[in-house]
Ligand binder design. Structure first.
Ligand code: KMH
Ligand code: ZN
Length: 274
């Protein structure tokens, strides 16, 4: 089996200091968390950014500063920016992040219920984002909250809008979207092309259960405070690195080694940017 790619989703757009004091919010805190997660074994860091009040923003200046800080501190990690941002943001607002020189960006490939909200990603938006991501020589990660989202991704590929390597993230367990269940994961894996790669982000208490399934199935794993704030039942994770370390332990116990950023670039067809 190929080595395991671990992505650390370090802060997200929704988690607050009220929920956990350990969520990083400023560019400096996000960079520190990203680099500690890298040290622990993550080869990709998935980032959102926040404004001076800790609220989600897609401001390109804040993204640029954060990406620069990460690269200064840990030059080899792969930076993946979010183009999902937060529910309710406009498409133009969301897309700003790709102008911060990342190697990867998320491409949300379908509309979904997201808790009490609706996270809107219609086909015109998906096509527009795909085109811009491709133009900037960025490798997309298709965020799939439902099985149908995979087919939207394959549609834009068929239309010639994406020529990069195909890498999918199955986000399972968001309230209102596809539940984190092994049968759903197996179905989603069955739907992607044979030469594509995939990772899974189990939300909340499903994070490590989904990680273990992915390790066994030959997929890859995303963990981080964006998705889950607990290290174990009732115990808050004190950092993203703690969550990554736990996946590293599980993976090594299961006989699967961890990919370095350089090995991850080869697996995902990423050209290094600095
Ligand atoms: N914050 C969610 C509404 C992404 O990063 O592309 C969207 C999200 C997905 O987190
Ligand atoms: Zn995200």
């Amino acid at each position: 089996m190929e080595k395991l790619i671990i992505t650390a989703a370090v802060c997200g757009a929704e988690v607050t200091r009220k929920q956990t004091p350990y969520i990083p919010l400023t560019p400096e805190e996000i960079a520190d968390e990203a680099c500690a997660a890298r040290e622990a074994g993550a080869s990709i860091v998935h980032i959102h950014v926040r404004d001076e009040n800790g609220e989600p923003t897609q401001d390109v200046k804040v993204f640029k500063r954060t990406v620069e800080l990460i690269r200064a501190k840990c030059p080899d990690v792969i930076v993946q920016v979010s183009t999902g941002g937060a529910v309710g943001m406009s498409a133009d607002e969301r897309l700003q992040s790709i102008y911060s020189n990342p190697e990867m960006a998320t491409l949300d490939v379908g509309t979904t219920n997201f808790g009490n909200d609706i996270f809107v990603n219609d086909m015109p938006l998906i096509r527009h984002f795909a085109q811009k991501i491709e133009e900037m020589n960025i490798v997309p990660e298709f965020e799939c909250f439902e099985v149908g989202h995979i087919y939207n991704a394959l549609r834009v590929v068929k239309e010639g809008l994406i020529r990069a390597h195909l890498h999918f993230d199955f986000v399972l367990g968001v309230p209102g979207a596809c539940p984190a269940d092994i049968r759903n994961l197996v179905r989603m894996v069955d739907c992607i092309p044979a030469n594509a790669t995939w990772t899974v982000a189990g939300i909340g208490r499903h994070e490590f259960e989904m990680a273990a399934h992915a390790i066994a199935m030959g997929g890859h794993v995303r963990v981080g405070l964006e998705d889950n704030i607990y290290l174990s039942k009732g115990v808050l994770a004190k950092s993203n690195a703690e969550l990554v370390e736990k996946v590293v332990r599980i993976s090594k116990e299961m006989g699967r080694q961890i990919a370095t950023p350089q090995e991850t670039r080869i697996l995902l067809g990423i050209e290094k940017k600095s």
